[in-house]
Design a protein around this ligand. Structure first.
Ligand SMILES: Cc1ncc(COP(=O)(O)O)c(C=O)c1O
Length: 372
């Protein structure tokens, strides 16, 4: 009855846990910062409203915002012009547009596994075939170019990379990114580089795959995580102008433009003080360290270098789904690793976008359950 493109995908497994949990459960399942959008950003949105900035904007976004995005990516060595940038309704829409512009029915898309829940369904919606590239705890959860190389066929059209990564917090090294780009250049496929956690980093500097010489990389980012603006729905893509033009066609017909007020807010976010980002990341780092301390005795866990998740393997014989169900019944919401792909099985994603107090209380419950 329904079109194959929707009947072959299902709702994200993350939502299931929320349904199971008892009221007042401690929520360590969240994929968004537990911070409010900084005041100066809200102020800019209020001013835009009062000034009547409430109509359609140019399809790709208003020019000052595009310039601000270009300037922001200048810090990573990408010097994009207006034609190489498109503003979207969150990074999610930018991902969708990239798949729609690149993937033909039957094309293969190599996706990190475990990886962000949208990559596989978006591949399918575009008619493509998701191919899992296993990420191993032994490699500190960093996708390896050799793993990708083994999966390349004449049907490979896209490789998705994500650094810092959801659900593992892994951060790819420059040499690995260069390895992916060389493979893309040699085998004529494209790279979608999802960089929405670029600023939520605990060691080193963010490297964008888009800064490595190639006309085959589409960078996706948003203001969602960096500026605690998930509900504003403002993202963007940076890519060669020919690809952006294809994305723009789809965007024009499904979205017209990203929300006007959110564009003004994003402009204020990118141009204004970055103090809120610094203090949020500092707070996340304190919580990450506390979480690693809690996990020491009860799980194997790679220390995340970015994002706000840990991805431990607990010393238990339960499947990850059974364990998350038990935890939900005891009052702690986390996400089963299997929600992120078959190679996520055995792991649990725990978000530290929650107060220190909530984390400490949750771990009392987790430790009790694990030792039973
Ligand atoms: C890796 C990754 N990419 C993209 C997104 C989409 O974010 P947004 O659409 O809010 O920009 C998320 C959200 O959780 C994510 O974790």
């Amino acid at each position: 009855m329904w079109a194959e493109r929707t009947s072959h995908i299902s709702l994200s497994g993350i939502r299931e846990m929320f349904a199971l949990a008892k009221p007042n459960a401690i929520n360590l399942g969240l994929g968004q910062p537990d911070f409010d959008t900084p005041a100066h950003i809200k102020e800019a949105a209020k001013e835009a409203l009062d000034a009547g900035f409430t109509g359609y904007t140019p399809n790709r976004g208003f020019p000052e915002l595009i310039d601000a995005i270009a300037h922001y990516y200048g810090q990573y060595g990408i010097h994009a012009n207006q034609e190489q940038i498109i503003c979207t309704s969150g990074g999610s829409e930018a991902l969708h547009l990239a798949f729609e512009a690149l993937v033909n029915p039957g094309d293969e898309v190599i996706i990190p596994d475990p990886g962000f829940v949208a990559y596989s369904p978006l591949t399918r919606v575009a008619g493509g075939i998701p191919v899992s590239a296993q990420i191993k705890a032994d490699d500190d959860f960093r996708l390896q170019p050799s793993t990708v190389a083994d999966l390349i066929t004449h049907k490979t059209k896209v490789l998705v990379i994500n650094s810092p990564a959801n659900p593992t917090g892994a951060v790819q090294r420059y040499d690995e990114l260069r390895g992916f780009v060389e493979l893309a250049n040699d085998h004529n496929f494209y790279i979608i580089s999802d960089e929405v956690y670029d600023r939520i980093l605990y060691t080193g500097e963010h490297v964008s795959a888009g800064s490595i010489d190639s006309d085959r990389v589409i960078v996706v980012n948003s203001v969602s995580k960096t500026y605690a603006m998930t509900g504003w729905r403002l993202g963007y893509a940076i890519a060669p102008d020919t690809i952006v033009e294809e994305m723009l066609k789809v965007h024009q017909y499904i979205q017209a433009c990203a929300p006007s007020i959110s564009q003004k807010a994003a402009y204020a976010a990118l141009n204004g003080t970055q103090e809120s980002v610094r203090s949020m990341v500092e707070e996340f780092m304190t919580r990450r360290n506390a979480m690693m301390e809690h996990l020491k005795e009860i799980a194997e866990c790679v220390t995340p270098e970015g994002a706000f998740y840990v991805f431990p393997r607990f010393f238990t014989s339960d499947t990850s789904l059974d364990l998350t169900k038990k935890l939900a019944q005891e009052g702690v919401i986390v996400v089963a690793g299997s929600a992120f792909g078959r190679f996520g099985e055995g792991h649990i994603r725990i978000s530290f976008a929650a107060s220190q107090q909530a984390i400490d209380r949750a771990f009392q419950i987790i430790k009790k359950l694990i030792s039973m």
